[in-house]
Design a protein around this ligand. Structure first.
Ligand SMILES: [Zn+2]
Length: 307
């Protein structure tokens, strides 16, 4: 009886808890990690542990996109680098393919680029298989998806045939510019100033893409946030997660987010830029000028330090 009552009370309490109105899938590119500062393995281990700790504390079902080329030094696989990826898998997180060499579909011949995708598979695939998961997402380096319909069509057919779905992005940003500025100084006060500027920038970026979604779709879609695996995000992800939760976001897996019908909208953007899917859909629909206004800028001092 007590159990039934407890269940009933739990159900009632649950029913009165407002569901978070917003959803976001958090994705990290360039695993096992990007750095323009320290390159020793200890540094990568430190920021990977920090990042994974924050993801676990906030129960974020993140996905990491791997460049397997970064697992090698002078053509030899480095076990300690593979161990970084295993930390992600052991944390219960999914891994996807970001190509072997971080190749560029806009400059590489299609066949070469396809080979770069295949070459980027084996270790990630094994880690996912060992974790009873599968390698099922591909993230285009630079978000470069092809300069013409024929190339894009052929490449996406190739991806489908190898069992991949494209991992789109809706909240694009310049986290890597801030991260480079952060990597290039070890001065505590300077780093704190960069962290503060980054957190303020990211808050504006999230707000901007909420508005972009509202303007285009009349609602906020489940967003897909692109970040990079680096020391700056290791240090700040706790705060970023609290910022997102404070705005009413629930963290969802990538496949949950992109099952929203908005992600089936046509994308006929073939420009040179690697841009968010919200802007691809908007351009495809004929939106110009004013629609895009207000994208937060990277402060000049960060851009200079992070270039
Ligand atoms: Zn990348």
């Amino acid at each position: 009886m007590l159990t039934v009552l407890a269940t009933l009370v739990a159900a009632m309490v649950g029913a009165h808890q407002p569901a978070p109105a917003r959803q976001v899938a958090v994705t990290f590119d360039d695993l096992p990690g990007a750095s323009v500062g320290r390159l020793d393995i200890q540094h990568f281990q430190d920021f990977t542990s920090e990042l994974l700790g924050a993801l676990a504390r906030h129960r974020v079902p993140a996905i990491g996109f791997v460049n397997e080329g970064k697992l090698e030094a002078d053509g030899t696989l480095v076990a300690a680098r593979v161990a970084l990826l295993k930390q992600w898998a052991d944390a219960g997180l999914e891994l996807g393919n970001h190509s072997y060499s971080h190749g560029d579909l806009h400059t590489m011949p299609l066949e070469t680029f396809k080979q770069d995708v295949i070459r980027g598979e084996p270790i990630t695939k094994r880690l996912m298989t060992d974790a009873q998961k599968s390698l099922r997402f591909f993230r285009h380096p630079f978000l470069h998806t092809g300069r013409d319909a024929a190339t894009r069509g052929a490449f996406e057919t190739f991806l489908r045939e190898r069992g991949y779905r494209v991992a789109p992005v809706t909240i694009d940003n310049y986290d890597y510019t801030f991260a480079r500025a952060y990597d290039r100084t070890s001065h505590g006060a300077e780093r704190r100033r960069i962290v503060d500027a980054y957190l303020s920038y990211m808050t504006s970026v999230v707000s901007y893409y909420e508005q972009q979604s509202q303007l285009l779709l009349g609602r906020e879609l489940p967003q897909v946030l692109l970040l990079h695996a680096n020391a700056l995000n290791g240090r700040t992800f706790d705060t970023l997660a609290r910022m997102l939760q404070g705005r009413g976001y629930a963290f969802v897996p990538l496949d949950t987010a992109i099952n929203d019908p908005a992600y089936n909208r046509p994308d006929e953007y073939y420009g040179a830029g690697g841009i968010t899917w919200l802007h691809r859909w908007a351009l495809t629909e004929g939106k110009r000028g004013a629609y895009f206004a207000g994208e937060p800028a990277v402060p000049a001092w960060i851009a200079q330090a992070g270039w």
